[in-house]
Design a binder for this molecule. Structure first.
Ligand SMILES: *[C@@H]1O[C@H](CO)[C@@H](O)[C@H](O)[C@H]1NC(C)=O
Ligand SMILES: *[C@@H]1O[C@H](CO)[C@@H](O)[C@H](O)[C@H]1NC(C)=O
Ligand SMILES: *[C@@H]1O[C@H](CO)[C@@H](O)[C@H](O)[C@H]1NC(C)=O
Ligand SMILES: *[C@@H]1O[C@H](CO)[C@@H](O)[C@H](O)[C@H]1NC(C)=O
Ligand SMILES: *[C@@H]1O[C@H](CO)[C@@H](O)[C@H](O)[C@H]1NC(C)=O
Length: 380
């Protein structure tokens, strides 16, 4: 039975491979053209006036880059000041759902740190090269979020990053949609950090993964990178060589050009592989974090009630709709934006009937036949 299923899968896969390589080329052109021409827009707009009221917003001019005589002074590279890193963190490995996984007191935050009171933290002692935006797709796991924040805030500060943590919470009208929430998080992060001209580094982060070594710096390199290479749950082995879920880091420009995630993965799994395909189609080479000995994570325990569904089907239709399903067809409304001490919580509504949404109408239904088995259920 199992081997039957397997061989069917293999057959479907190889058929789809031939087809996808054709489609990939066409899409490559289409995506480029489309991204050039289209105005990417979301309905969850945010007035800048509303934001400004949340406290003074320091810009990069805050950094002292000229001396008494007005001569330019090279800003200090944060890399040279990371003396506070401790390396491997001692973690409590079991039953860790109700307390922080540190078994030692968390090292204190640097006194040279400050915040704009809108979730952004940045060091005063040096100038970070990127703005790090950690986006967490979220629903109903406050216990994990609390642990996450307690665990990561001291790490991010020891790493001397200019960072903001954006938690995007989906309502209950639909199944959980991780990719959709990343798209929202990206849009929201652009608004939240628009006064900071540094390149945006987006870290896509599951809430239940805790870094075990603070020498793994939360910055982007020139390739989109899979961070969570070694998980305790999988005995610190990479599950498959192309895996691109859990924790990943991509530059804002890369996210934008690949049109973000697909919006129609309303189930668990698949959106990560699809996203990796999108990056490849757009011309980026994704990599695994180069040093697996520090890219180690502990996974918080939870009941895994959600099951993998339709992973394969989604991968087959994915290539056909990159150009219109993603950031440029994102459709959501913001219920609230709350500025917590260490993160920004964005609660959103996802349309409960998607059939009539722009995602289905202008993209999916247009490009996939209505009797296509692979037409996502939400659009049928
Ligand atoms: C920047 O440099 C000037 C001249 O050295 C100094 O007066 C000023 O206090 C410095 N500002 C900050 C924020 O360090
Ligand atoms: C974890 O919890 C189980 C039952 O809830 C208990 O038997 C076990 O001793 C706990 N382990 C640790 C390390 O606390
Ligand atoms: C978590 O721990 C606190 C005390 O440390 C306890 O009051 C609370 O009931 C615990 N919550 C859960 C869900 O175990
Ligand atoms: C990986 O990181 C560890 C800890 O920082 C370091 O000792 C080691 O040299 C690194 N390995 C490589 C290949 O960079
Ligand atoms: C799908 O629908 C088209 C017309 O819309 C029809 O020509 C085609 O035969 C149908 N395919 C299947 C497999 O039903």
């Amino acid at each position: 039975m199992i081997s039957n299923v397997k061989s069917v899968l293999v057959q479907r896969k190889s058929k789809s491979l031939v087809f996808s390589s054709l489609v990939v080329f066409v899409m490559f052109i289409a995506v480029r053209l489309h991204i050039k021409c289209s105005n990417i827009q979301a309905t969850g707009t945010l007035s800048t006036g509303a934001l400004k009221n949340h406290g003074a917003h320091p810009s990069t001019s805050k950094y002292n880059s000229s001396d008494q005589n007005g001569r330019k002074v090279k800003p200090i590279d944060c890399k040279d000041l990371r003396h506070g890193l401790v390396g491997e963190l001692k973690m409590a490995k079991h039953n860790a759902t109700n307390h922080t996984l540190h078994t030692e007191p968390a090292p204190e935050a640097l006194p040279t740190y400050t915040t704009d009171k809108r979730g952004r933290w940045f060091p005063l002692s040096c100038q970070p090269k990127q703005k790090t935006v950690i986006v967490i797709p979220f629903r109903d796991r406050y216990e994990h979020l609390k642990i996450f924040i307690e665990h990561f805030v001291p790490i991010l500060q020891r790493q001397l990053l200019d960072y903001i943590i954006v938690v995007v919470e989906q309502d209950f009208t639909q199944n959980f949609n991780r990719g959709f929430l990343f798209n929202v998080g990206y849009k929201e992060a652009l608004l939240l950090t628009k006064d900071n001209p540094a390149p945006l580094c987006m870290i896509q982060h599951d809430v239940d993964l805790l870094l075990e070594n603070d020498r793994m710096i939360y910055e982007c390199s020139k390739n989109p990178t899979h961070f969570s290479v070694s998980l305790d749950k999988f005995k610190y082995r990479l599950l498959y060589s192309s895996s691109f879920g859990g924790v990943t880091a991509v530059l804002g420009e890369q996210f934008e050009r690949s049109n973000g995630y697909s919006n129609v993965f309303f189930f668990w799994g698949g959106e990560d592989d699809d996203f990796r395909n999108r990056l490849h189609v757009t011309g980026y080479r994704t990599i695994q974090y180069k040093n697996a000995s520090i890219a180690r994570y502990s996974m918080l325990k939870h009941q895994s009630a959600e099951v993998i569904k339709a992973r394969l089907d989604a991968l087959i239709f994915g290539n056909k709709i990159y150009h219109c399903d993603g950031l440029n067809s994102l459709d959501y409304t913001v219920k609230s934006r709350t500025f917590e001490k260490h993160y920004v919580l964005i609660k959103i509504n996802v349309p409960s009937v998607l059939k009539t949404s722009s995602i289905c109408r202008n993209c999916i239904s247009k490009h996939l036949k209505t009797n296509d088995t692979y037409l996502p259920k939400v659009c049928r």
